[in-house]
Design a protein around this ligand. Structure first.
Ligand SMILES: [Zn+2]
Length: 247
C-alpha cells in the first residue's frame, strides 16, 4: 500500500544529492521533522527549483512508501518564503531556531505546537528593529516549555524568591540568587552579569521592553550559554548554536 500525503511544512535543512536531486528536512505540524527526497528538482527544466529554499513554508504533496522512512516530493505550493529579501542579521536570527530544532528529535506530540511557534517567530522577528536576539531567547524559552524542559526565569531554584539572579546552575536546571549562592558550587555554575540577569528575569515579557533594553556582547554570550547548556544537559549531548556567532 502506497500513501499520498498532503502536509504543510517548513524547510529546515537542504542538502544537494547526486547531480539534480535534493534531500530536505522539513518540520511539519503532523509528522514532526521528516526527510524528503526531491528527485531531479535541480534540473534546469524543473519548475520547482525555487520552491526548495531554506525556511520556505510549503503546502507539500508527498508520497510515502510504507516500508521506508523517506517521503518523496511530488509537488508543492509556496505559502511563504520567509528568508526572501531579508537582511543579514535578521536572517541569522531566523536560522538560529532552526539550528536548534535540527539537533533535537521532535516528538510528533509536540510538532504542532513547535510548528506554530516557529511560524509565529519567523513572521514576527522580521518586524523587530532592535534586540532581536532577546526575541530568539524568548523563542527558546517557549520551545523548552513545549518539549517539557521548562525552567523558571523569574525565581531562584533554592529559595523560590524573586530576587536578583547571580548565576546559572546547570545541574539544578535553574538560576540561583545572590543569597543562595555559595562559592563552594563555583566550578559547577556560571555567573551572570547584571545586564544578563536583568534580561533573563524579563524574558517572558521581553516584547514589552525590547526598545528600551540594551544588551551587551558579554550578555549575549552568557544567555546563549545558559540555553545551550540547559538543552545539552537534558539531551545528554552537546547542542550547538553557531549561527548566532555570525551576528
Ligand atoms: Zn535564592
Amino acid at each position: 500500500m502506497n500513501r499520498d500525503i498532503k502536509t504543510k511544512g517548513i524547510i529546515i535543512k537542504k542538502i544537494n544529492f547526486r547531480e539534480t536531486s535534493v534531500i530536505l528536512d522539513v518540520l511539519t505540524p503532523d509528522f514532526g521533522v521528516i526527510s524528503v527526497m526531491a528527485k531531479g528538482i535541480r534540473n534546469k527544466k524543473s519548475k520547482n527549483t525555487g520552491m526548495i529554499e531554506l525556511l520556505n513554508e510549503l503546502e507539500l504533496n508527498l508520497y510515502k512508501n510504507p516500508n521506508s522512512d523517506w517521503y518523496i516530493y511530488k509537488s508543492a505550493h509556496l505559502i511563504y518564503a520567509h528568508l526572501f529579501g531579508i537582511e543579514h542579521s535578521a536572517s541569522i536570527l531566523m536560522q538560529a531556531p532552526v539550528e536548534i530544532i535540527r539537533q533535537i528529535i521532535i516528538s510528533s506530540d509536540d510538532s504542532q505546537a513547535i510548528y506554530e511557534l516557529l511560524e509565529t517567530y519567523l513572521t514576527y522577528i522580521k518586524t523587530v528593529e532592535k534586540n532581536g536576539i532577546a526575541i530568539f531567547w524568548r523563542f527558546l524559552l517557549k520551545f523548552c516549555r513545549i518539549i517539557g524542559i521548562e525552567f523558571s526565569t523569574t525565581s531562584c531554584i533554592e529559595c523560590s524568591q524573586k530576587k536578583y539572579f547571580h548565576a546559572y546552575f546547570p545541574q539544578k536546571h535553574g538560576f540561583i540568587c545572590n543569597d543562595c549562592y555559595h562559592p563552594v558550587n563555583d566550578d559547577q555554575i556560571f555567573k551572570l552579569n547584571k545586564n544578563a540577569s536583568d534580561i533573563i528575569s524579563k524574558l517572558n515579557n521581553i516584547g514589552n521592553y525590547i526598545n528600551e533594553t540594551s544588551i551587551t556582547k558579554p550578555t549575549i554570550k552568557q544567555i546563549n550559554r545558559v540555553f545551550v547548556t540547559h538543552l545539552s544537559e537534558h539531551f545528554h549531548k552537546k547542542i550547538h548554536l553557531k549561527s548566532i556567532e555570525l551576528l
